[in-house]
Design a protein around this ligand. Structure first.
Ligand SMILES: [Zn+2]
Length: 344
């Protein structure tokens, strides 16, 4: 199959008459002036539209313009290097096409109203194992720099831990987070949940809050952060789509590193008001299901508020759990509601 046309040099209008033939292993070009054949590849071909001559860019960088429309099958006879490369190109994998569509949809939808919904949907894509890896890596950072072994008696720790485990059991959590006790002078009276666990309770919080049922209430609140995946959801809200795409596309180690950095910043900035209220609601309901009244939780919050009264500083539970009065008020209202008083 031989096609006649003009061969144009790169970026010039100099042309010679040439002949392009399709062979088993590629294309061969001959020109009227030369007696030898050149094996070439077709890099791209414009379609034949309404008599506009087709342009074939060939591997020498020259352009071949056939006199007539290319015969049927001339280009299909053998996929050109261009199309082979295209079909191999990773950016054309179905997964990446879907991601590109999601990116566009994300750009369109990422108004303030849509972002939380989008971030929560994205959180569903984050596997529990990845969440746990982020929690572990953040926890290790805290262990190295901020946490010391607990001075609480092993019996006290065991009693509190098994009470927390009973609550997790009640929720039917398949893998309940570990509850660990630590002495943490730099953090003060505090409790916090790492993504996927563990839950850390400081010795100072145990001292300040005092009774086991009140400490249990605080642990129930932290359990709420873990079960409802507030860390991952807040990280995704803060990091937006950027982290979403690196979560889908990136290597696991890089993603864990990136998410851990966000989780660490979460440690200082705290959860959003929305997630704090959600964890409070969760705690009150769960304590109710376990046969406790919300009063223990309110009392725990009040004792923590009193503890940090003179200067509710950076190192108090309230730097990461703000709006104490609002929360206590909400809890009191919750306790007054007939449906909210879940003392069954
Ligand atoms: Zn909280």
């Amino acid at each position: 199959m031989i096609v006649d046309g003009y061969l144009y040099d790169r970026a010039s209008s100099n042309r010679v008459t040439a002949h392009l033939s399709s062979r088993q292993n590629g294309y061969v070009l001959t020109t009227d002036g030369d007696s030898f054949e050149t094996t070439i590849d077709i890099v791209s071909a414009s379609p034949f539209i309404n008599g506009i001559p087709q342009r074939l860019v060939i591997s020498t960088g020259q352009t071949f313009v056939p006199f007539d429309e290319l015969p049927e099958g001339f280009l299909k006879a053998k996929p050109t290097r261009f199309w082979r490369a295209l079909s191999k190109a990773e950016r054309f994998s179905p997964r990446n096409v879907i991601i590109c569509i999601a990116l566009l949809a994300g750009v369109v939808l990422s108004t303030r109203a849509a972002l939380p919904t989008l971030a929560d949907a994205a959180a569903n894509l984050v596997p529990a194992s990845l969440e746990a890896a982020v929690g572990q890596s953040t926890f290790e950072y805290f262990e190295r720099w901020l946490l010391e072994p607990s001075d609480l008696s092993p019996a006290r720790r065991a009693a509190l831990r098994s009470a927390a485990e009973a609550l997790a059991d009640l929720r039917g959590m398949p893998e309940p987070p570990a509850v660990v006790f630590r002495n943490a002078p730099k953090i003060g009276a505090n409790a916090f949940a790492f993504p996927g666990g563990p839950i850390v309770v400081t010795d100072r919080l145990v001292d300040v809050v005092g009774s086991d049922d009140r400490i249990l209430a605080v642990m129930a609140h932290e359990l709420g952060h873990v079960e409802e995946r507030h860390a991952v959801r807040q990280i995704l809200r803060a990091a937006g789509l950027l982290i979403l795409f690196s979560t889908i596309l990136g290597a696991d180690e890089v993603v864990v590193e990136e998410l851990s950095a966000f989780a660490l910043s979460l440690g200082t900035s705290g959860y959003s008001r929305e997630f704090e209220s959600a964890a409070d609601d969760y705690a009150v309901r769960l304590l109710g299901d376990a046969g406790h009244s919300p009063e223990a939780f309110i009392a725990a919050l009040e004792s923590l508020a009193a503890e940090c009264k003179p200067q509710c500083g950076e190192e108090s539970w309230f730097s990461t759990h703000p709006n104490i009065e609002t929360r206590i008020k909400a809890l009191r209202e919750f306790a007054r509601e007939p449906s909210g008083n879940t003392g069954r």
